[in-house]
Design a protein. Structure first.
Length: 695
């Protein structure tokens, strides 16, 4: 049982061998689990009575998954137990090949396009070979750190100090130099052609202030729990943040330098942390959910919307102010049509890889093209105008051409979650402000409900209100820049298409779906956005949610056991995909007393080159019980055995302050990319088929 500070409880039931048979969440909704005689998970039934079933071969390897719609995907394996083929319900097939070390050496998509991967003797990726076009190559220094990348955009170089801290990043888009204090915290960032940003910290290592190249200072204050309680902008405006006992944001006040309140936002939650109400400007929006926490309604004065879903999380209907849209799908969850009554208002076309290639409306046909990594490279509109996009060898969009001209993105790093610092038209202090034509605009982000901007004279210059999925419902003023609705997470809105770039994939708020499948292949629906719970979850970077199993045999695929000093004491250590985090497993020792009476886990985080156990408030190791759900960062470090994907969900409310208030600042400053990472590029990683399924 897990009891929160407000006494809400999560209850778990176990069978005689210690496997979870049911989980009752804070709302009293039950998910049940069934197993075969070998202890393998065979069925999961959620609180909506939707069931997924699982079948295995004689080796215990998962061979098929049947979803709530009764549609099945099948897995075939090599003799060593590596996934060889994945066949989806629409008969499309993906294929993986492996080298002698078990690393993916080639991937063939359903279009029969093969991408090959090369590694050095240390198991580090050194090359990506595409069927046509420019390949990608990597090289490393004597310490095993990535030193150079050559791709279609040019050459990127990394330089480090003796502590393996990144001191110089040279990219085709520009150069950035970094400096650190003795504690490894970034003290300055010098962006070529822009200027220097400096950072100051308190004794607890928390960011106190930063000063951008335009001598604009932003300051932060914290409570005893380390949560941000105030952010003061250079204009004199400031935000105060209040929380409940579960650290959920309940109020954000925007005030001017005279301490008058300019904007008030408040939130209330149910026991499972779903947003129940959001109030701003005296207008309250109320939200409703089904038994598995999917959003089913939102309403306020003059606006109402309701949603329904099928047994695999596909949106079936959307009704806005009494007008109902019906959604039609194929067996592989591809959206085919949106209808209003008997009229088709949108029609979608896909290639064999499940990528949206055309959208037809009354205005005509919009066409999309992709590269071998399933990244959108071009969009052609009915009037034959086009957008084009370019990416580096680490999956990150670094350039675009649209109706506003051409832009090149210089980022604080090279990964999809690295915040944009400049694009040729504006300079950004991520999550705080932008400077365009000598004019500074400050950002004020909501929890996906509404955003606003202000100027140096402390006037609100623009406001935007959204529905839960990111469609604009009202606005005032002229919004500046591409960052809105999830902007603090790096969501970029493209003005021509109305789509939002969320790292690797494009998201369409009008349908609440992505244009392409999830490359992680871990959720029940590979197109849906944030479990259809968009106010609670976001898609910022590499986090997996897993339920801790009773023993290591239930860990998701991709986790690897590694030797360590504790092995001789009966402890076993496992490293997560990507290598940033891990788990120690301590087996029960009856009669030993205390926590040794039961199986338990310890969360590990990387400290420099070592994995260290998480500590509690008094410095003791934190113990985790089987059945407990945890977040795991799977954004890979280098060197890593193979690339892994970045995309899963992270509870929006629990990280709101780190990202929507301190935003990308903390991500980039307190956790700098001291070691460049390999992230999943397209479908490089074979599916981790057991992941998240086995409790």
């Amino acid at each position: 049982m897990i009891t929160h500070d407000d006494e809400e409880e999560v209850l778990r039931s176990y069978n005689e061998v210690g496997r979870i048979t049911s989980v009752t969440n804070e709302r009293g909704k039950v998910t049940s689990y069934a197993y075969d005689d070998a202890g393998r998970l065979t069925q999961v039934t959620n609180a909506e009575e939707e069931s997924g079933t699982y079948a295995y071969n004689s080796n215990g390897w998962l061979t098929s998954v049947t979803n709530g719609r009764g549609k099945t995907r099948n897995y075939a394996y090599t003799a060593r137990g590596e996934v060889y083929t994945l066949t989806l319900a629409d008969s499309s097939v993906e294929t993986w090949s492996y080298n002698g070390n078990g690393q993916v050496s080639a991937y063939t998509n359903p279009l029969s396009q093969t991408v090959s991967y090369a590694y050095d003797d240390a198991g580090r990726m050194i090359g990506v070979d595409y069927p046509t076009g420019t390949d990608t190559a990597f090289s490393y220094d004597f310490a095993g750190r990535r030193a150079q990348m050559t791709d279609a955009t040019g050459t990127t170089n990394w330089t480090y100090d003796a502590a393996s801290q990144l001191t110089l990043l040279e990219t085709p888009e520009g150069e950035i130099a970094y400096a650190y204090d003795d504690a490894g915290r970034r003290t300055s960032m010098d962006v070529d052609g822009v200027g220097v940003t400096t950072y100051a910290y308190d004794d607890a290592g928390r960011l106190l202030s930063l000063e951008n190249p335009f001598e604009e200072v932003t300051a932060f204050a914290y409570d005893a729990g380390g949560r941000v309680t105030e952010r003061t902008l250079d204009s004199g405006m400031y935000e105060t943040v209040s929380y409940d006992v579960r650290s959920r944001v309940t109020q954000v006040l925007l005030k001017n330098s005279s301490h008058s309140t300019v904007r008030t936002q408040t939130w209330t939650y149910d026991a499972a942390s779903n947003v129940l109400t959001h109030t701003t400007g005296g207008v309250q929006t109320s939200y409703g959910y089904d038994d598995i926490d999917q959003l089913v309604s939102e309403s306020r004065n003059g606006y109402s919307a309701s949603y329904s879903y099928d047994a695999n999380g596909n949106r079936l209907t959307r009704t806005v102010n009494s007008v109902t849209e019906d959604y039609v799908y194929d067996d592989a969850d591809k959206l085919l049509e949106v209808k209003v009554g008997q009229q088709t208002v949108k029609e979608f076309t896909y290639d064999s890889a499940g990528r949206t290639t055309a959208v037809e409306t009354s205005a005509g046909t919009t066409s999309l093209t992709y590269d071998y990594e399933s990244r959108v490279t071009g969009i052609t509109y009915p009037n034959q105008s086009t957008n084009s996009f370019s990416y580096n060898g680490l999956d990150t969009r670094v350039g675009l051409t649209d109706s506003g001209g051409s832009k090149t993105f210089l980022r604080d790093g090279v990964s999809v979650t690295s915040p944009v610092l400049s694009d040729g038209a504006a300079t950004y202090t991520p999550g705080i402000s932008e400077r365009r034509s000598s004019t500074t605009t400050f950002y004020h982000a909501g929890i996906k409900n509404g955003d606003s901007q202000s100027n140096t004279s402390e006037s609100v210059t623009a406001s935007v209100q959204y529905d839960a999925f990111g469609n604009v419902t009202s606005s005032s003023g002229t919004w500046s820049g591409p960052f809105a609705y999830g902007g603090p997470y790096g969501y970029q809105s493209d003005p021509d298409s109305g789509l939002k770039l969320l790292g690797h994939r494009y998201y369409d708020p009008s349908t609440g779906r992505f244009l392409t499948r999830d490359i992680v292949k871990s959720e029940r629906n590979w197109y849906s956005y944030c479990h259809n719970s968009p106010l609670r979850f976001a898609d910022p970077k590499g986090f997996d949610k897993i339920i801790l199993p009773n023993d290591p045999s239930g860990l998701p695929d991709g986790w690897k056991e590694i030797p360590h000093d504790g092995n001789e004491k009966g402890h076993r250590r496992f490293i997560a995909p990507g290598g940033r985090e891990g788990l120690d497993f301590d087996e029960a020792k009856p009669g030993a007393g205390g926590h040794k009476e039961r199986n338990h886990w310890h969360k590990l985080k990387r400290k420099g080159l070592k994995l260290k156990r998480e500590k509690g408030g008094r410095g003791e190791d934190v113990h985790l019980d089987p059945g407990q759900e945890i977040d795991v960062n799977t954004e890979p470090v280098c060197p890593a055995p193979e690339p892994e994907s970045m995309w899963d969900h992270v509870d929006w409310n629990q990280v709101f302050v780190r990202t929507a208030i301190v935003v990308a600042v903390l991500a980039a400053v307190l956790f700098p990319e001291a070691i460049p990472v390999i992230i999943s590029i397209g479908a490089r990683s074979a599916p981790r088929v057991g992941r998240v399924l086995v409790p």
